[in-house]
Design a binder for this molecule. Structure first.
Ligand SMILES: [Zn+2]
Length: 129
């Protein structure tokens, strides 16, 4: 599966730690190749959103790998969030920055919302017994 990893919310330091980690390097798709084959123009800065060819089929597994990278580099207080509007897109965000960007993250599953109301409605599914 193709995963897009959005690093645009991170500082250059943190971004390079992620991009240069062994796991991410091993999944990375050559950007130039990707660009040529892609009919859809990338509206984002190519350096901040990277495309990964992840060999497994689960986004959950991929999030575990990201959490390992963050923990190993002592990057605490980061959240891995799924973009609800783009398929297989995962963003890494610093916890204090979230609401500043107008992003509300479900603490249970990492899904992102554009308003706190949407998040509250969503969060009810986790309490359903
Ligand atoms: Zn949730």
């Amino acid at each position: 599966m193709i995963i897009r990893l959005d690093l645009s919310f991170l500082s250059g330091n943190v971004r390079s730690i992620i991009v240069n980690s062994e796991e991410i390097k091993s999944f990375s798709v050559d950007y130039t190749t990707n660009r040529t084959n892609s009919a859809v123009a990338d509206q984002h800065d190519p350096n901040t959103i990277i495309t990964l060819d992840y060999k497994k089929e689960s986004l959950e597994d991929f999030k575990v790998i990201l959490r390992d990278i963050l923990a190993r580099n002592h990057l605490d207080n980061f959240t891995i969030a799924e973009d609800t509007e783009a398929e297989n897109t995962v963003a890494i965000l610093r916890e204090g920055d979230l609401e500043q960007f107008g992003i509300y993250v479900c603490k249970h599953c990492g899904t992102t919302f554009k308003s706190i109301d949407e998040r509250i409605v969503h969060e009810r599914i986790h309490y359903f017994v």
